[in-house]
Design a protein around this ligand. Structure first.
Ligand code: ARG
Length: 465
């Protein structure tokens, strides 16, 4: 190594020996921040344009820099960019390559900026694009959930509390519950996007810069809503990444609940639904097995995303202002959260419309579990009995039913009248599953009529996005 080889580093001037080989690898981020190349180049193009407008770069220099950066983008996309760990990160790799290809003008690009505002800008631009992709995937999944709700608006299933049969509900209503969770997730994503879409460019290392920069102009060129208000804050905080990961953790939590139900429902014991073979795999030893791997994996992957949220919070906690190298650790958890959630939303978006509902088994399960017991109590209240007494009376009839293996609707009028003589033949209207769900006919209720209205409103809400 020549005496001055260490000066290959853009910051090498004050150093008298080369970086330790291990330290070089340990401190580098290029292995994982390469994926920011597109947004890094866009940020640099905007910065160069602004420098030109401010009279810091002349027209020819701007042209050279722009052409050079666009060539580098092509080179990266072709797969023949010479990424180098000794150039530490995506920013220095691209800048060094620019200087290599266009000469001394390349060295002027970094005027009035620092990698600290550069990296904050890159992550925000990258995340903004990913947010938009995720929003589209989330909408697609919701369309599938709502379509299934419309298709199965009148299909009866047992509703559960404590995973014990509670009251009959419609399958469509159950699906719309999932849609509400996803709707709130979408709202959180859009809210997060507002705070992501702020430009840190111009904050430079931490204090701003002595050049006559135009921060509003670069913000506008890059499609940011505004330039950030404080240079120290701009380069130091990663709360926007934490917010995104919190959003992702909630979506994954919701999908894990959805998954848990799909796994249960596909089991022989429930047998409520079937998933097409293309979403399942078999067992290498048990020939009869068809495993719901997709929902199981989604359920499992919620763990890593929630882990990333805790990781990022812990990364940020107690960091002094302004930029610290700690922040280089923001990328892998953020990137993995993005990748994971995109995959999981895609899997669900493809799978949900293909769910095959087994209406007969669900109906039978709802019929078996005394799911209309509350309806009988409400019936007795309408006959003038106080609710607590009605509750007791129905409890006795359920005990009788368990003993004689009869559901309430299977008992004769005489059998029912043993428990209360105000019961008359009209009781059978409310003991049926259809009667039970149809009676819950108010906004937010499970009646098929309401489910159809709610599904229509949910579709309209999607269209207005
Ligand atoms: N690779 C660095 C990161 O991801 C870029 C910023 C480096 N800044 C610095 N002052 N060392 O955070």
């Amino acid at each position: 190594m020549s005496d001055k080889e260490h000066t290959i580093k853009p910051w090498g001037g004050r150093f008298s020996e080369a970086t330790d080989a291990f330290v070089e690898r340990f401190t580098a981020s290029v292995q994982f921040d390469q994926r920011l190349y597109h947004h890094d180049i866009n940020g640099s193009l905007a910065h160069a344009k602004m420098l030109n407008r401010a009279g810091i770069l002349n027209d020819e220099e701007l042209q050279q820099i722009s052409n050079g950066l666009n060539d580098i983008r092509t080179e990266i996309e072709r797969g023949d960019f010479p990424w180098s760990v000794s150039l530490e990160d995506v920013h220095m790799n691209i800048e060094a390559r620019l200087t290599e290809s266009i000469g001394v003008t390349g060295k002027k690009l970094h005027t009035g900026r620092s990698r600290n505002d550069q990296v904050a800008t890159d992550i925000r631009l990258y995340l903004r694009d990913e947010i938009d992709t995720i929003a589209t995937e989330l909408t697609r999944l919701q369309e599938g959930v709502i379509a299934l709700a419309k298709r199965e608006a009148s299909t009866i299933m047992p509703g559960f509390t404590h995973l014990q049969t509670a009251q009959p509900v419609t399958f469509g209503h159950h699906m719309l519950a999932w849609n509400e969770m996803l709707e709130r997730d979408y709202g959180r994503l859009m809210d997060c996007r507002k705070r992501v879409n702020i430009s840190p460019l111009g904050a430079a290392a931490l204090a701003g810069t002595t050049y006559p920069i135009d921060r509003a102009y670069t913000a506008e060129l890059l499609g940011f809503d505004a330039a950030s208000a404080n240079s120290l804050d701009s380069v130091s905080d990663r709360d926007f990444a934490i917010e995104f990961t919190a959003f992702a953790s909630l979506v994954m939590t919701h999908l894990s609940r959805f998954s848990e139900e799909l796994v249960l429902w596909t089991s022989a014991q429930f047998n409520f639904i079937d998933l097409p073979d293309r979403f399942c795999t078999g067992s290498s030893i048990m020939p009869q097995k068809k495993n719901p791997d997709v929902p199981e994996l989604v359920r499992g992957k919620s763990g890593r995303v929630i882990g990333h949220l805790i990781g990022l919070l812990t990364l940020m906690k107690a960091q002094p202002l302004a930029y610290n190298k700690d922040n280089q650790e923001d990328k892998e958890p953020l990137f993995d959260s993005i990748d994971t959630i995109k995959d999981c939303l895609k899997a669900y978006g493809d799978m949900v419309p293909a769910i095959e509902v087994k209406a007969d088994t669900m109906r039978e399960a709802a019929r078996r579990g005394f799911s209309t017991a509350t309806d009988l109590a409400d019936y007795l209240v309408r006959k003038g009995i106080a609710f607590r007494d009605a509750h007791e009376i129905v409890g006795q009839s359920v005990a009788y039913g368990i003993k004689h293996q009869k559901d309430l609707a299977d008992m004769t009028l005489e059998e029912l009248q043993q428990f209360n003589d105000s019961i008359t033949a009209d009781v059978f209207d409310i003991l049926t599953l259809e009667g039970s769900v149809a009676a819950r006919n108010h906004p937010g209720g499970t009646a098929p009529e309401q489910v159809k209205i709610a599904a229509k409103l949910a579709s309209e809400r999607l269209l207005s996005r």
